[in-house]
Write a protein that binds this ligand. Structure first.
Ligand SMILES: NC(=O)c1ccc[n+]([C@@H]2O[C@H](COP(=O)([O-])OP(=O)(O)OC[C@H]3O[C@@H](n4cnc5c(N)ncnc54)[C@H](OP(=O)(O)O)[C@@H]3O)[C@@H](O)[C@H]2O)c1
Length: 246
């Protein structure tokens, strides 16, 4: 059984371990976005495929039998390409995506918005000390709405754009814990937290800290781009799906 595992998440790394242990011929794929990526078990390819046609060619030339899309919930471009390529080739496709936080404690008290532009506008009208934890790619949406605000930004790698001079940028990739997030927010006097609906345990401590400190939370909803694709919430269920394909 030859499987392409589109990764870049902790779930994808967990699944790679299970598939390698099960003797599945898995190739994990990373975008090459992060300077020092956490490498999954087994063979890894790094870099884009060149759109839907590039991905289709790669799947055919490497004689893949199935694809598991375990990319981040906000990696919508890759997920859309995987769906298009697998549909045209008639290849089985599974989505491995951690559940979002819409049912999490306190979620109905947060401000849910449809995109990063709306999040920027909401943050601009909510506080003077926003904490941006949306990753570096969407930062461009926050530049002009928060140009004069002393925003605190946390990213894995340095932003690719020039950020406003009042902003403070911290490079960090976690894992995070509640105590650390509480002191981070208290020390900087954070008065609004901005995040994506990433879901999962890995980045949850910031949500718990904000709730504990009474800091308002602005959450960018998932787009639902992969609705309709068979989806499982964890690596064990994804490994079972791969076994069933064999
Ligand atoms: N977006 C986030 O918040 C976030 C957070 C943590 C980790 N990640 C991980 O970072 C990677 C990039 O995310 P993104 O949001 O920039 O993706 P994206 O916008 O969905 O993808 C843009 C392009 O990057 C390439 N790409 C993305 N994921 C890839 C993969 N796993 N293997 C090979 N090429 C890939 C593809 O290029 P081609 O069209 O040339 O094939 C894709 O069309 C993903 O693997 C994702 O799991 C993203």
């Amino acid at each position: 059984m030859r499987v392409l595992l589109l990764g870049g998440t902790s779930e994808a790394r967990e699944l790679a371990v299970l598939l390698v242990e099960a003797g599945v011929d898995v190739v994990s794929s990373l975008a090459g976005r992060v300077e020092r990526p956490r490498l999954p078990a087994g063979p890894v390819r790094i870099g884009g495929f060149g759109g839907v046609s590039g991905l289709s060619d790669w799947l055919v030339s490497h004689r893949m039998d199935a694809v598991v899309d375990a990319t981040h919930p906000f990696a919508e471009g890759m997920s859309a390409n995987a769906l298009a390529a697998c549909s045209s080739l008639g290849l089985p496709l599974l989505r491995l995506a951690r559940p979002g936080w819409s049912d999490a404690p306190g979620a109905d008290g947060w401000t849910w918005v449809d995109d990063h532009a709306a999040a920027a506008a909401t943050a601009a009208s909510s506080g003077q000390r926003p904490f941006l934890t949306v990753g570096r790619q969407p930062l461009e949406h926050f530049v002009s709405p928060l140009a004069a605000v002393r925003a605190v930004v946390r990213v894995v790698d340095p932003p690719e754009i020039e950020v406003p001079s009042p902003w403070e940028v911290y490079l960090d990739r976690g894992p995070y814990d509640l105590a650390g997030e509480l002191s981070m927010m208290a020390e900087h006097g954070i008065d609004v937290l901005v995040t994506k609906d990433s879901g999962g345990r890995y980045t949850w401590p910031k949500m718990a800290a904000a709730d504990q400190l009474g800091v308002p939370i602005v959450v960018v909803r998932r787009s639902g781009a992969t609705d309709g694709v068979e989806t499982v919430p964890d690596a064990a269920a994804a490994a079972a799906w791969v076994r069933r394909q064999g």
